[in-house]
Design a binder for this molecule. Sequence first.
Ligand code: HSE
Length: 396
Amino acid sequence: MVKIGLLGHGVVGTGVVEVLKNKAEQLVELTGEKIEVKSVLVRHDYDVDYKEKFVYDFDEILNDDEISIVVEAIGGTDPAYRYVKSALEKGKSVVTSNKELVAKHGYELMNIADEKNINFMFEAAVGGAIPVIHGVRNCLKANKVNSIAGILNGTTNYILTKMIDEKQSFDIALKAAQELGYAEADPSADVDGIDTCRKICILADIIYGNHILPEDVHTEGIRNVRIEDVDILKLVGGAVKLLGVAKRTEDDKLFIMTAPHVVFNQGILYAANDVFNAAQLETDNAGLMSFYGRGAGSLPTASAVVNDIVECVCADGTIYPSWADENAKMVADYKTVPYQFYVNVSDDAEKVEEIFPTAEIIHVKGCTAFITEKISENELGEKLSGFTVNSVLRAL
Ligand code: HSE
């Protein structure tokens, strides 16, 4: 029998209880062990039929020698970091869906797990149900991953989809995302790109082997996405998506950022709508590769958590090595790295043709929009100095 201490009883915590229950037999077949939630750390009571498992003091879980795996589903870093660190130091493996915790403290926590020969697992922290962390860790060992671009936040993808397809207002779409259990407790973490930033940092940590701190990564959210641009882009088969992007530059630095991007109607980044997340990787041997699935929600997230629990149960010691210590110096100045841009100006097309002779112009009534060739943001700023600029978006 494997006993679990569950921290938190929100969207993820309740999903974990449910999946462990509805897959109980399958999990015994897989692991040879019955996996049972012994204690649930809560702040207040809930009307459920397993109330007797509720505890109100983390030390009851920490000091319970029967509990070998702690599942952290509280979110945030205080008190989650303290709890997770002390559980690992006590020799309990930890499974978490907490992207803030992993993005900030992953290096330290993985090293503690390594010293103790146990596991710190976090598949659910990126992409919800999608096994993207396992994919890049386990299945691409014969590859160099040159770049990754992902829709990594279900809430903003849901909001953008509703705004684009159903002309819903931002506020109504956000409220629906909250009701569906997709949004963070403070939804500005979704809307302002912070959640996506944490997730692309975790993927970059794994792919590029250095701990990249979110504060070193340029991050923009979706508040300034204009419906006018969305409509114009629709005419030419484009859509606006909030992407986390990471790729090696020619001088072996890391270009990494979170920002709304224009993507065109080929590939998974264009096709992923609603709460779905997607990631597209460019690799040297396997070529282009996509991951796609539900990026948020109770059962999809619990699906990834429970898979990690199964791995902890079956593991004979630490499975995954840590990445190297933080190395902000490898993050390139994002304004110097060549990129394509979508630009919307109030000037006429002749002026655009003169200053941007290679740009692809989208003729629209009342304004001029165009897609540039690859150019750095610094150079773009200089070239646009004489224009009346309505909007600029990165284009993939
Ligand atoms: N708020 C997050 C999202 C939850 O919308 O993707 C899953 O990490």
